[in-house]
Design a protein around this ligand. Structure first.
Ligand code: FAD
Length: 453
């Protein structure tokens, strides 16, 4: 019975939506009686569909699913406080960095205005305890690296050098007095740091081959040699320099302050990646550093390796962010770009690229979550961090290159963002240990044989 009433109501509604003047014109062209007979045979669903069409519903813009590369809802595992901080960093990156980033990247300049704004986020030295640091999890540190990388890998790198490499060196290798002196101001980004390990002639072989020398003379040390690629070095207040002690042949760490006589940092020009990062070529010429500024708890390269183990996980997270930014940009583009009268996202071959990107990304994300769990449980080994760095940076390269591909010509224009991700991925792929070096670390762990030359 109720069925009959609902059908009658639908027919009544249908009649209400009819323009009778148009109907009169229509009656000259079609057999209206036949049309009415057909209407009478329709069920509820068919009538509702017809009404929707007549109201123009058929032409309404299709509602598309939200663009979100966290396909397995890994963020859903975060505590409300961690989720809140994740969203705070995301919002900062989207509102403060995204609008300016291509301009600065193009000019290879650093946007110094953002430094106090980054400080306000209170995320520097996030895992450290004391010295004004937030003492949060390594997982949170990873999420931050990824959120930054999702918008811009240069800003993520600047932050990684400051918060991980420079502050981390003092946190791991400094005396209590040195930590008290430097870390609170670095945490607030009142002092900016750099980390000088690589040299013009020594990159992958840094563990055994550093050529920058340190010679003790009474209460001071004399440093000589060059460091290459040192991020932030052109403006850093605190430069961590790793050098070989001429007396015991071991690696020692030194805090070389800006303006120290004998210290010079020249900007490395003409980079095709991470153009916002100010990488310096540091020249040390009889550079005098007091014993007070020697990192008191670094006795060999093994102590440097402790810092690198801590930060290498962050690079894997950054690769996730870079890939995610490229994927999300590409997905948006393919849904908007029309070819052959349809969005290119509706083509099977384009969907195949998108799904391969998302598969890679989901595998990377799942891997780094577990990596950080290991780190938070104090179970992280060098080989864990190396495997993540190798896998994530390799997959990142694949994702960004597919993102570029589905965007056609626009994929190489800065204004569409993906070109920047493609270029920056090349630097992330090589720094903090190349694929070969990290593979050798994992290879040694699983086979029991060292293949390092
Ligand atoms: C943008 C950028 C930022 C950087 N920032 C910093 C920084 O802030 N501080 C810092 O100290 N350094 C920094 N670096 C340096 C970076 O860590 C080195 O570039 C990296 O470790 C590789 O060293 P290399 O460039 O000298 O390459 P090389 O060591 O010369 O290697 C060249 C090639 O040979 C391969 N290779 C080397 N040895 C072996 C082997 N035994 N078996 C097989 N293959 C091998 C490498 O994998 C690579 O493919 C930065 C680099 C870049 C590009």
């Amino acid at each position: 019975m109720s069925n009959i009433f609902s059908k009658a109501a639908n027919i009544y509604n249908l009649f209400k939506s009819i323009d009778f003047k148009q109907l009169e014109a229509l009656s000259k062209k079609v057999d209206l009686q036949e049309v009415m007979t057909q209407f009478g045979k329709m069920d509820d669903k068919q009538l509702a569909g017809l009404m929707k069409m007549m109201k123009g519903g058929g032409n309404r813009k299709k509602e598309l699913p939200p663009i979100d590369a966290d396909f397995y809802d890994l963020s859903g595992k975060l505590s409300p406080e961690d989720r809140e901080l994740q969203m705070k960093v995301r919002q900062f990156m989207e509102t403060e960095i995204k609008p300016i980033v291509n301009r600065y990247w193009n000019r290879a300049e650093f946007p110094f205005d953002i430094i106090p704004k980054v400080a306000e986020l209170n995320i520097c030295g996030i895992t450290f305890e004391g010295y004004g640091c937030p003492n949060r999890s390594f997982l949170m540190e990873g999420i931050i690296a990824s959120e930054m990388g999702r918008i811009d890998a240069s800003i993520a790198t600047f932050f990684g050098v400051q918060s991980g490499l420079a502050m981390g060196s003092i946190y791991v290798c400094g005396s209590e007095e040195q930590k008290q002196k430097w870390l609170p101001r670095m945490q607030k980004l009142e002092l900016i740091g750099s980390f000088g390990l690589t040299e013009p002639e020594v990159g992958s072989a840094a563990a055994g081959g550093l050529t920058v020398t340190a010679k003790r003379e009474g209460n001071k040390w004399i440093l000589n040699g060059q460091k290459k690629w040192i991020g932030n070095a052109t403006f850093a207040d605190v430069n961590i320099i790793w050098a070989r002690d001429l007396d015991d042949n071991q690696v020692k760490g030194f805090i070389v302050e800006k303006g120290n006589p004998g210290f010079k940092a020249d900007k490395i020009e003409n980079k095709m990646a991470l153009r916002i990062v100010q990488n310096g070529l540091i020249t040390l010429t009889n550079c005098e550093v007091t014993e007070e500024n020697r990192l008191q708890n670094c006795n060999s390269f093994k102590d440097v390796a402790k810092v690198l183990r801590m930060t290498r996980a962050g690079v894997a997270w950054m690769a996730v962010g870079c890939a995610r930014g490229a994927y999300e940009s590409a997905l948006k583009y393919t849904r908007e770009r029309i070819q052959f009268g349809r969005p290119i996202a509706s083509f099977q071959l384009i969907q195949n690229h998108l799904v391969e990107m998302l598969s890679n990304l989901t595998a990377m994300q799942t891997l780094v979550y577990r990596l950080s769990e290991l780190q938070d449980n104090n179970q992280l080994t060098d080989e864990h961090a190396s495997l993540a760095k190798v896998f994530c940076t390799l997959r990142m390269r694949d994702v960004v290159s597919r993102a570029r591909e589905v965007m056609g010509g626009n994929g190489i224009l800065l204004e569409y963002d993906v070109a920047r991700f493609v270029a920056d991925a090349e630097a992330i792929y090589s720094y903090e240990g190349t694929k070969e070096i990290n593979s050798l670390i994992v290879g040694r762990a699983i086979t029991g044989f060292s293949a390092f030359v």
